[in-house]
Design a protein around this ligand. Structure first.
Ligand code: FAD
Length: 408
């Protein structure tokens, strides 16, 4: 065991994956989560091959795939239900080694927590600040009930990261992307077809999950705010005249939890993803619009960080992490913004040109094979588990250097 101690702030996908990576590399890890219990918000999630490769690297991939559903087909319809494009997603599996997989967030969180030693996650622990420390001084994390000292602090406190704001006060922070989202999950055994419907300034996505559940997410251009109780009524106003099963799903969602978020992103990337001994992962590091699977980037961050700190001295590791992860996340944030802009188009002739682009390309025009390669072609740095005979535990050991192979 390394004898090092890490404090992770936030028990979301990024924080837990980093905790699993580090704890399996021999670090003592404490995860501080402000919520009283772990109840992941947002229902289902689509994981792309890069995210699944990252999960494999921390030995969580198999369980996640078993809990998920492989997406074999994708496509985009217009509000009348006519397919604008249909895509056989088999090529993703062939090209990138894993299919796109839909999984319930609660399942993913359960799997990650299950890979941690008991007692690692402390709920009801709201972090107020982190002092970055330095070469001769540990970092300090302050909570409402006291403070923790650690060799490494991982700020994984999500899109509205308090730690990001305090560590990088000069960054311009979050801006509204111009559209809002609603998400809900409900039983619907008869809905088995995944896909998106794009209208003018509006989108509705259906993602079947395991266990006869379906995850729905809707996006619409509108002024931010107004989250009070609008839920199903406002959804029906926007999407009630769209093709079946959209209105039926919205009707069935009345009275259920509907998560409503105004979509925000960082106006400008951070100058670095670490300061002193504090390192940012996931949405805290690179809050972006949700058009490209940023949870998968959070998983990549977690694995890259594990690789870095187990193969270099701490400060070299954090510098390497910032150097490698910052440009990648900034480039994907830009691409995600471009895709989001296509969805925002509401002027009819422009929407018609966009839809014609879908027809020709089969995918959103911004998603060329080259951009898909950039997004899904990421491969984890090699971490090989080894067994500590005395404790009977499995740890990771770095077996090579980080690489992002070219995918042909
Ligand atoms: C509409 C929508 C759809 C999306 N769909 C997808 C998708 O299909 N695929 C995909 O890959 N991504 C998707 N995403 C993005 C994905 O949800 C995020 O990128 C991902 O959840 C980020 O994980 P995280 O761990 O960084 O942050 P979070 O999941 O937000 O976790 C942060 C955690 O930190 C805790 N926390 C915050 N502040 C503190 C504090 N001060 N002290 C202690 N704890 C704290 C929070 O309670 C939370 O548990 C979507 C996002 C949206 C908005």
């Amino acid at each position: 065991m390394s004898g090092h101690h890490a404090v992770v702030v936030g028990a979301g996908i990024g924080g837990l994956a980093a905790a699993v990576g580090l704890s399996r590399s021999g670090w003592n890890v404490t995860v501080l989560e402000q919520a009283r219990e772990l109840r992941p918000v947002g229902g289902g999630i689509g994981l792309t091959p890069n995210g699944l490769h990252a999960l494999d690297a921390i030995e969580a991939g198999e369980a996640v795939r078993a809990a998920g559903i492989e997406q074999e087909h994708g496509g985009i319809r217009n509000p009348k239900g006519r397919w604008i494009s249909r895509t056989d997603l088999d090529f993703i599996k062939t090209r990138y080694g894993h299919p796109v997989t839909a999984v319930h967030r609660a399942k993913l969180i359960d799997i990650l927590v299950g890979l941690l030693p008991a007692g690692t996650v402390r709920t009801g622990a709201r972090v107020l600040a982190a002092l970055p420390g330095g070469p001769d001084e540990q970092a300090e994390v302050r909570t409402e009930d006291g403070s923790f000292h650690a060799d490494l602090v991982i700020a994984a406190d999500g899109i509205h990261s308090r730690l990001r704001e305090t560590l990088f006060p000069r960054n311009s922070g979050l801006v509204y992307a111009g559209y809002t989202s609603w998400r809900f999950v409900l039983p619907a055994t008869d809905v088995t077809l995944a896909g998106e419907t794009w209208g003018r300034g509006k989108r509705f996505a259906i993602l079947p999950l395991a266990g006869g559940l379906v995850h729905c997410s809707a996006l619409a251009v509108r002024a931010p705010g107004g989250h009070d109780g609008g839920g199903a009524t406002e959804l029906a106003w926007h999407f009630g005249a769209w093709h079946s099963p959209v209105p039926e799903l919205i009707h069935a969602a009345a009275g259920r939890t509907i998560v409503h978020d105004d979509i925000e992103e960082l106006a400008a990337p951070l100058p670095a993803l670490h300061l002193g001994r504090v390192v940012l992962v996931g949405d805290a590091a690179h809050a972006m619009t949700p058009n490209l699977g940023s949870a998968c980037l959070a998983l990549e961050d977690a694995v890259s960080l594990t690789h870095a700190v187990t193969s270099r001295s701490l400060f070299d590791a954090l510098a390497w992490y910032s150097r490698v992860r910052r440009p990648r996340s900034a480039a994907l944030a830009k691409l995600s913004r471009r895709l989001g802009s296509l969805g925002k188009i509401s002027f009819p002739p422009a929407a018609a040109v966009r839809d014609a682009g879908f027809r020709v390309a089969g995918l959103a025009p911004a998603l060329t094979v080259r951009t898909l390669d950039r997004m899904m072609g990421w491969r984890p740095p090699p971490l090989a588990p080894v067994t500590d005979g005395s404790a009977g535990l499995r740890y990771f050991q770095v077996t090579g250097s980080f690489c992002t192979p070219r995918v042909r």
